[in-house]
Design a protein around this ligand. Sequence first.
Ligand code: NAD
Ligand code: UFG
Length: 426
Amino acid sequence: MKILVTGGTGYIGSHTVLSLQEAGHDVVVIDNLVNSSEESLRRVAELSGKTAEFHQVNLVDEAAIDKVFAGAAIEAVIHFAGLKAVGESVRKPLKYYYNNLVGTLNLIRVMDRHDVRSIVFSSSATVYGEHNPIPYVEKMEIGANNPYGRTKEQIEDILSDLGAADPRWHIALLRYFNPVGAHPSGRIGEDPQGIPNNLVPFIAQVAVGRREKLMVFGGDYDTPDGTCLRDYIHVMDLAEGHAAALHYLQGHDGVHRWNLGSGHGTSVLQMHAAFEKAVGSPIPYEIAPRRAGDLPAFWADPSAALADLGWSTTRTVEAMCEDHWRWQKNNPLGYAHSPEAGEEPQARPSMSPHLAPYRIDVTAGDPPSLEHALNRAVEAAIAQALMEGTRGVLVTRRSPRTYTVELSRSVPFGTTLERDESVQGR
Ligand code: NAD
Ligand code: UFG
């Protein structure tokens, strides 16, 4: 089949493109690269031996989507493209409603015009809201409690109305739980911009030395170890769920909803311990106050996906952490610093031109050795410099076993700074 994947350069999208290509499908990708890099597709091609046709198109541009459909005999669509940061959606609801809703409306209008009426949509467990009992079952009333979640719910409503009105449509609404992990090659993975919002990317950046320690948001929940429980799902299991849903749609019209989760809750501290095991060394953490809006525990009832699609998760939490760590360790700066992407690492275009003050104090214990601690700190500072679009790094020896690593703005990479140019505090 020829499948259009929107958001195909992103985290879940890139893994799904690989899975589809490995299953023999031809893939066309649309993405505007607002939260991703085309480098992911280059690596997918390297793994699959097939090149996906790529169009840098913003879904709010209906004419541009039309052109892609006019030039390719697309048979089905997997629609990942969307903005996904819950906190940002609360601060900038218009941005989220415009991007996610208008983008989807344009896409399905174009599909309809071109007689392409099979779509798999990326929904989220967040649509279950705050009041449903766990585990979540597809037939429950939904009601998201933030603008991001409401865009998912509203798109589910739009697609449901469309499916009810026109039996030619074949629609799958996939409610993802907590996707983590990476392809086992370590070549593709999640590459969050700025400070990661999500647990596993944050732990991974602590482990690689880009962040000082994990803040565990809340240690006093009514759960076995006091931290929140979530249903983590390996991104490759999730990718395979899309192929299964697409296959099902070929024989079934109408609207179908499936949870894609494992059916098990794992706590923040269990996840942290599993990641430490994958890394093979301690990862510092601290119990911090609860994060607003977090639910104590939720997980999926995944039995409908098993019954209808013959799909269930096969990869363990250990595999999620090992694969995520392989990706992070091999690509400490994500896709930004890749020889294929050019000699000089590029600052991302959407980064603020202003430098966030950054300073790490390194005091080596034993273990790790001073050299190890210093290496990690310098690596973290450089990573931060690249993320923030800056170039200057200053390492000062404070005592025989204590160093300070600081960043400065607007000087060539590697330049030694004057002390008063250094940026203090964080
Ligand atoms: P991602 O940000 O890595 O991928 C989304 C992609 O969509 C990005 O490549 C981005 O550049 C692109 N995009 C955004 N707006 C666009 C537009 N207007 N036009 C074209 N491209 C656009 O995110 P992801 O984690 O891969 O998530 C994929 C989908 O799954 C999203 O819809 C997300 O809401 C949903 N989802 C993700 C999670 C999660 O925890 N990762 C959980 C539930 C649901
Ligand atoms: N957490 C920490 N420290 C961190 C980050 C997260 O302790 O630095 C905790 C959170 O408090 C929560 C758990 O780790 O208890 C998981 O948090 P995530 O942010 O990784 O995941 P959420 O379950 O909060 O949110 C995810 C997606 C949302 C989606 C939601 C429901 O990020 O987009 O699942 O599907 F809406």
